[in-house]
Design a protein around this ligand. Structure first.
Ligand code: AMP
Length: 390
């Protein structure tokens, strides 16, 4: 993979596709992690005397009312504070104002273009990788640097479109993500996978791909109940993915020793944080109960496998971590892997949010910034944003 150090960018006009898709409420950025993660690449380009054009999406733009709440202006302000440098924000995605600003740029100047998905209002031009749009954006610069890992699994005009027309490479953030994820291509044994989250259907590709490489797959969260149902247990009102019971049965039959299911769970009668809960063995779940977390015996069982692991990948929380009562299983395993320094890659999305909430994210070997992208990588799929650079 061509990285930023493999390409001559000295004094050039570079286009950097960043991931500034940050949560914004009432015009205020709630979490600026993604902006901070982009600084290394931007600073490197400043040091190389580049003229820097930044592009990013923010949220989804389906109708006119989505425009204002997804305006990138607050990002320009925050980025300017973090870099301690003026950022020229262009409130449009193409046109004379943008072209004039780009033509006037001097070395180390930075221009941030409005949310690329503003183009989606017009026939989804950004998200469908409209050829003309990609060509137009590419015409603004001389080199393209993709540093938006979160959209690497999509072929959009602002990544694949531009990369088709310019010498391209990945930035430091994508390089960091790939360095961690490629360790899973030929993992050192024992390789343990932890899977949780809501639905089996979202994880079928991951299970099929990783079951070939993993020594164990520890299953928790809502998806464990479809596996338990396939084993013949009463699961009450727990989350069930009816259509995938057969898939679970088959996987359990083919890989009996590899798939490790919970032995006890925290059950209650209402999906809320108010109701009292009991921890029960999986043989004792009643028809009116639902399991919302793994129990202590399961935590211990999982820790016994993790103890021996040389590398771990974890996608999806092991319980309804949004409710304080049911985040214990996830938190205890997070504590175990961080205290024992077990080399673990958190696969984006909810599990990274859970680790952040528990103040443990920075103690984990790698926490991926892209949920969907990581999942597709783990499914063994090709990522269009990378393929075009290769
Ligand atoms: P995913 O995006 O598939 O990783 O799913 C994350 C969601 O799974 C979170 O919102 C959790 O609340 C939910 N989840 C985890 N465990 C359970 C459970 N036992 N029952 C219902 N939902 C769960």
């Amino acid at each position: 993979m061509k990285t930023i150090k493999d390409i001559d960018i000295e004094s050039k006009k570079v286009i950097i596709r960043c991931d500034f898709n940050v949560p914004i409420k009432d015009g205020n950025i709630i979490d600026d992690t993604r902006i901070k993660e982009s600084l290394k690449t931007i600073n490197y380009c400043i040091d190389k005397n580049c003229k820097i054009i930044l592009l990013s999406h923010l949220g989804r733009v389906k109708e006119k009312s989505d425009l204002e709440k997804n305006n990138l202006k607050p990002v320009a302000i925050r980025l300017s504070e973090l870099l301690d440098k003026k950022i020229t924000f262009i409130d449009e995605t193409r046109g004379k104002k943008l072209e004039d600003s780009v033509n006037k740029m001097k070395a180390k100047d930075i221009v941030l273009i409005q949310n690329t998905r503003y183009e989606d209002l017009d026939d989804k031009k950004e998200s469908s990788n409209d050829e003309k749009l990609g060509t137009y954006w590419a015409s603004l610069g001389e080199v393209f640097i993709n540093d938006a890992f979160g959209t690497i699994h999509r072929a959009h005009a602002s990544n694949v479109g531009i990369a088709t027309h310019l010498p391209s490479c990945v930035g430091f953030l994508i390089e960091k993500e790939l360095n961690a994820l490629t360790e899973l291509d030929n993992p050192t044994s024992p390789f343990v996978v932890i899977l949780g989250g809501a639905k089996v259907s979202d994880k079928i590709g991951v299970i099929k791909n990783l079951v070939k490489k993993a020594d164990q797959i520890l299953i928790g969260g809502g998806m464990a109940f479809t596996f338990l149902k396939a084993e013949g247990y009463e699961i009450g009102n727990s989350l069930l993915d009816n259509e995938n019971i057969d898939f679970c049965s088959q996987i359990l039959k083919d890989h009996e020793k590899k798939i490790i299911l919970p032995v006890d769970v925290a059950v209650t009668t209402e999906y809320s944080n108010q109701e009292e809960y009991l921890t029960k063995d999986i043989t004792d779940i009643e028809y009116n109960e639902m399991g919302l977390d793994i129990g202590e015996k399961t935590v211990e069982l999982f820790e016994n496998y993790l103890k021996k692991a040389k590398i771990v990948v974890w996608n999806g929380p092991l319980g309804v971590y949004e409710f304080p009562k049911y985040k214990k299983g996830t938190d205890n395993i997070l504590k175990y892997i961080t205290e024992n320094k077990i080399k673990t890659i958190l696969g984006g999305g909810d599990i990274v949010a859970a680790a952040t909430k528990a103040n443990l994210k920075d103690k984990v070997y790698h926490a991926s910034t892209g949920g969907g992208a990581t999942l597709e990588y783990l499914e063994g799929k090709k990522l269009p944003g990378l393929e075009v650079i290769k």
